[in-house]
Write a protein that binds this ligand. Sequence first.
Ligand SMILES: Cc1ncc(COP(=O)(O)O)c(C=O)c1O
Length: 386
Amino acid sequence: MDKLIFLDNGATSFPKPEEVYTFMDHFYRNFGVNPGRSGYDLCMETGELVETTRKMLTDFFNGKDPNRLCFSCNSTDALNLIINGMLKEGDHAITTTIEHNSVLRPLYHLYKYSGVELDYIPFDDKGFVDPYDFPKKFKKNTKLVIVNHASNVIGTIQPLKEIGRYCKENGIPFGIDVSQSAGKIPVDMEELNADIVAFTGHKSLLGPTGIGGLYVREGIEIRHTRAGGTGVRSAVPTHLDEYPYRLEYGTMNTLGVAGLHAGLKWIQKKGLEYIHNHEMKLTTMLRDGLKNVEGVITYCQDDLTDHISIFLFNVKGLEALDTGTILDVDHNIACRTGLHCAPLAHKQLGTDKIHGGVRFGIGPFNTEEHIKAAVEAVKEIAETRR
Ligand SMILES: Cc1ncc(COP(=O)(O)O)c(C=O)c1O
């Protein structure tokens, strides 16, 4: 059988740049010790890689203080730290219907079990929220607005700058989920008026699974929701207040940091503009190839301005899962079907009734040949179905 065509980069990027594999192997063989206050050379070298990567990520998001960049397991972990550490009974939070469950579920838990009030801003028929809808929902007890930068379902880039401006004017902390956008388009927290950024390492940042983090602007208060070892000041009985230890717990995934370090370096070498242009050229090819095919329904893909390379479609008369299975079994194409952990987005698109959609996620290593094959495969499935 032909080689696998991987179009599931929205779930995780694969493959990684060769440099990521090489550097992780080199790092773990030579420096795979636990960083902390011990003075031996290996420990210092490992610690240095962690601190250098903190600095690189801080610069990447245009943060000011590398100490306020905390590593976590992934963005779900970071978002839980943010949401649970910022909201308490009687508070109000605003989010959107285009969020991932890593935002929706922690918020819903607080609503259900801790008396936190929630408002959800819907997106329009092109897949964008209207920034002006946010201040209409602001209340005295609004303590957090949290919105994703780019949708993992339809790929639309949300107008964060304007939402952030309203939040800033009203003194409401603004958190952004950049899980899909970081590594594809610039994430400049100053420009976007964001106070907190949550990221994951294994998607477009091209690192491995198990590493992510958050950046917290000075003045933003996130309570401890966990406690444990920090490797420093062990005699203090409570978890440390100072950053980055405040939001880091236990032995760090240094191997993950190493991979993320190499992924970031690769992105910097190629440039975000190059990566985004390449991916959007392929997304446009896909859109054009499937636009007028009878029996293919696409969602919010007509205008690819303010989009990342995520493409959602269905074949009329087939459930998404069946289309995905045919793509896999007959065409050796990997994609992601279902609700994509974003049930409210699918509900609004009306795709929840047919168990979701088929998502192609295009990455930096996809080629025109991959897209041509995907277009032909979907055409064939639609034709057979007719
Ligand atoms: C928009 C968005 N937010 C959050 C996440 C969660 O990422 P992770 O599973 O790495 O925590 C994802 C992953 O699919 C996502 O697409």
